[in-house]
Design a protein around this ligand. Structure first.
Ligand SMILES: Cc1cc2nc3c(=O)[nH]c(=O)nc-3n(C[C@H](O)[C@H](O)[C@H](O)COP(=O)(O)O)c2cc1C
Length: 254
């Protein structure tokens, strides 16, 4: 669960009837992140996912192209204000003293992982790793797992595809901690390739959001059904009856 959601982690966990992971943008004010982490742990979350690939701002060309130009007042439902208090109005940042102009974390260093582990018993997953060097640093500083991710192209838009980063990250951690991956997974075949390279899990962002935007919950369920069916299909075609049969031998690059 992103920590910029409009719904709080307490409500999400209650609705789901089981814990969720809290993703964390801690802001440049340590006490803001600390408050959210403690709150998530109290709500039952067992994992905090620290996103490290958006420490400064990003330029989102598609977003700019589609940004709302209609200037009619829609504040009955949407809060249009983007002043420094916008963050404090988000469910998880409320009452933390968060300020919009402190959202970035340009001063974040690797010791942040140890600091997070020091304030809760939650596992700390690092999201946004794309190089062997960073994977090694995260491991050395106590990360419990990694998510190879380029933020779905929303942080830096022109770097490597996350699948191209996966092999070096896996080699760097040599099986010591789980490695998950996201960014650009649209088909079951994409998932198969990541599993073949050695990913422990594949995550999705935009695919489920498209289903959600179009059809609500049934749309999200349909997206998951499609991806599962496609994965099962390619597994059948590849002669891999279960996940354990999928490996580097299943794919090649020419
Ligand atoms: C609308 C939107 C909002 C997002 N918000 C967050 C966020 O708050 N925190 C975060 O770590 N990643 C966020 N992401 C990135 C996703 O967690 C994920 O890394 C990315 O969407 C995966 O790529 P994909 O969209 O190609 O599947 C967001 C992505 C989208 C599309």
């Amino acid at each position: 669960m992103s920590n910029v959601t409009t719904t709080s982690i307490e409500e999400v966990i209650e609705a789901r009837g089981a814990p969720v992971w809290l993703q964390l943008y801690p802001t440049s004010n340590w006490s803001v992140g600390e408050k959210m982490v403690k709150r998530a742990e109290k709500a039952g979350a067992q994992v905090v996912v620290l996103t490290i690939d958006l420490n400064s701002d990003s330029k989102r060309v598609a977003l700019a192209r589609y940004i709302r130009l209609d200037e009619r007042d829609c504040s009955a439902c949407h809060d249009p204000a983007r002043d420094d208090s916008w963050l404090d109005r988000k469910a998880m940042y409320r009452d933390t003293g968060a300020r919009g102009d402190e959202f970035g974390t340009p001063g974040m260093t690797w010791d942040y992982i140890g600091r997070l582990k020091g304030i809760s018993d939650m596992k700390v997953v690092i999201k946004g790793i794309v190089t062997a060097e960073d994977a090694e640093s995260a491991l050395r500083h106590g990360a419990d797992a990694l998510i190879v991710s380029n933020h779905g192209g929303r942080a830096e838009a022109s770097g490597w595809g996350s699948l191209d980063s996966l092999p070096e990250v896996l080699a760097a951690v040599s099986g010591e901690i789980p490695v998950m991956i996201d960014s650009g997974f649209r088909r079951g075949t994409d998932i198969f390739k990541a599993l073949a390279l050695g990913a422990n899990a594949v995550c999705i962002g935009k695919a489920y959001l498209w289903g959600l935007a179009a059809f609500g919950q049934p749309g999200v369920e349909k997206v998951l059904d499609i991806l599962r069916a496609e994965l099962a299909m390619v597994m059948g075609q590849m002669g891999t009856p279960s996940l354990k049969y999928i490996g580097p031998h299943s794919i090649g690059r020419h």
